[in-house]
Design a protein around this ligand. Sequence first.
Ligand code: GLC
Length: 679
Amino acid sequence: MYNIAKGMNEKEIDDYVDFVLKNMSLEDKVKQMVGNGINVKVLFDLGFGKRVYDAAGSEKYNIPPLKFTDGPRGVIIPGSTCFPVSMARGASWDVDLEERVGDVIGKEVRAHGGNLFGGVCINNLRHPSWGRAQETYGEDTFLIGELGAALVRGVQKHNVMATAKHFAANSIEKSRFKVNVKMDERTLREVYLPHFRRCVEVGCATVMSAYNKFRGKFCGHNDYLLRKILKDEWNFQGFVHSDWVYGVKDTLGGIIGGLDVEMPRAKYYKFKKIEEALQDGKISVSMIDQAAGRVMRTILRYTTKEDPQIYEPKLIGCDEHRQVALEAAEKCMVLLKNENDVLPLDKKKIVKLGIFGKLARIRNTGDHGSSNVNTKKVITPLKGIREYVGDNIEILYEDGRNVQNVKNTAKEVDAAIVFVGLTYKDEGEYIHELRIGGDRENLSLHKDHIELIKLIAEQNDNCIVVLIGGSAIVMEEWKNQVPAILMAWYSGMEGGKALAKIIFGEVNPSGKLPFTIPIDPKHLPFFKANIDEIEYGYYHGYTLFEKEGYEPAFPFGFGLSYTTFDYSNLQVDVNEGKIIANVDVNNVGTLAGDEIVQLYIGFENSQIERPLKLLKGFSRVSLKPNKKKNIKIEVPTKNLAWFNPKSKSWEVEKIKYTLFMGSSSKNEDLLSIQFNIEN
Ligand code: GLC
C-alpha cells in the first residue's frame, strides 16, 4: 500500500502520479477513465439521484474513487437543501450569496459521502424556450461567469470537485443529443465561452462535455474545444467527464478528442476497445496516461487537502442551510410592476385576502430532471402566506376551477393574489424514459391562467399576479390589466415564506431580471426544439434588442423596489489597466432596500461590429431611507477586448467608450460618461 498523506503539495502529488503511471497496469489506467455506474435502466429503477455514483480510483495505489452527485438547485440526494433554481439566483445578482449557496452545497455533498459536484450549469440562455433555462444564471456571459465562479469557489472550499457544464453551446433541450451547433469564432470566444473560462480561472476542478455537436463534432470528441482551447490555451489542469450515457459516441472520438472520463459507465471506454485501438496504433499509451493522470492528480488534489470541518449527516438540510435558501428566495424575486403602490399589502388594513390558482398550493421547485432536489419540506405560497398572517387576516382560497366562486371571492376580498406560471410539465430536462421535460413551444401563460387573471382583475382593482417559472414569460395579453406583477421563480423549499415577507413588505424586493422579456417572441433569435443543425449568432437577449431597436416588455437588469434609488455624480478614471467607475446611490424613498448597481460599457464608436453595450460589472448595495453610498466598480481594461479571429488574439480598441451605471440595461435608467483608452 502506498501512503497518501494529508496535505501533500502539488509537486508531491505530481511526482506520485508519475510513479503510479509508470507502475500501474494499462487496465487500471483505463479504470480511471470510466464511471463504475450501473446501466441506465437500473439507474432509473433504483431511483436516479438516490446516492453518489462512483468512478475511477485505485485501492492498490490508494487513489479514492470519484463520488458524483448533481445539481444546480442543490444536492439531489434526498433530504438536501433545495434552493431557488439557478436562474432565480441569477436574478439576485449576489456573488457573495452564490458563494454561500456553494458553501452549503459543498458541505452537503461531503455529508452525503460525495466529492464530485455536477451542478455549475453555465450555458447561455440564448432563447427563453430552452427547457433547462432554470439551471443557468441568465442570458449574459458576464453575469453567468461571476455567479458560476462564485458557486465553484463555495463548493470547492469543502474539497469537493466542482463541474462546469455543459461544455459547450448546449442551449436547446429536445435536440441536445444530436443538434450540430455552428457559430463564428468571435461568437464562440466572446459570447459562449467566457463564463467557462471564468470558472477555469477560479480553479474549477472539472468540466462536463455537452451532448451536442459543435461545428460538426460531438462535444465529447471535440479536440478544438477540449484540447486546443480548454487544455492548451486555458491551461486547464483538471479533467473532462462526459455527459451521461450518450456523451461519448465512439472510443477513438473520445480519446483523440480529449475526453478523460466516460460517465456513468464504460461503454466505449471498455478496456478491450481501448486495448484494440492501442494495438491498431490509432491511439497512444501517452493519451491514456494523460487522461488517467489528470483524473488521479485532480482526485488527490482534493482528497488529500485538510478538511475545514467534519461533515456529519446532520448537516444535510439543516436549519442553518434552510436559512440560506430563504435568503436566496427573498433576494431573487423581481417586482416587475407595482402601480398605485398596491404592494406591499398592509397587514393592518387587509381584512380578507384572496389567494387564487393551483400553483399557490403545490410544491413547485422546478423540473424533474437531473437537477431535481428531492426535498420533503417545501413551503408553498399558500402555506407561507397563511403562516405569515396567522389569524389576523382571513384567507379565502380558490384554485380557479369554479368560475362563479372565483368571481364572488375576488369581489369580496380586499386584495387578490393570483398564482400562475409553469411546472415541470411545461419545461425542464428532457427525460424520454419518463416522458417529461423539453423546450417550451409557447412563451405565454396557459390559456386558463390568462382567463383566471382577467376574471379576477375585472372584480378587484388590487389584483397581484405572481409568476412561477424558470425563464421569460410573455405577458402582453394581460399585463396592462393588472396593477402588480411579481416574478417569484421556482423559489425552493423556503419560497412560500420569502414570498409572504415580500408581499407584506417585511422584505423589500431587490431582484433584477437576468434575461430580456420580449413583447413579441418574433423579436427573439430563431429557435426550434427539434432540429439537426443551427447557427448561433453573435447577438441574443439585450444585445440583439438594442441592435435591432426592439422595445422589450421588461429589459435585462430590470426590477422595481418598494423604495426609490437615485443615481448621481458618475465619475470615471482610467489608469494602470483599469477603468475605475464611481457613482452615488441615494435611497430617496421611505423603506430600506437593496439596489443592484449595474455597469455597462458602450462600444458605439467601435471600428468593428460590436454590441451597443455590454454588462461589465455590478454591485449590490443596501441602503436605509435617505442614506447615500458611493459605489466603486473596477473593470480591467482587458475585459473590453474583442477576439480578432485573424490574429487569434484579444485586442482592446484605442477608441472613445461610454461608461453607463444605473438600475437596469435600459438607457433611461443609466447615467453615462465617456472615456478614452489610448495605450
Ligand atoms: C444529465 C444532464 C447532466 C447531468 C448528468 C448526470 O443528462 O445533462 O447535466 O449532470 O446527466 O445526471
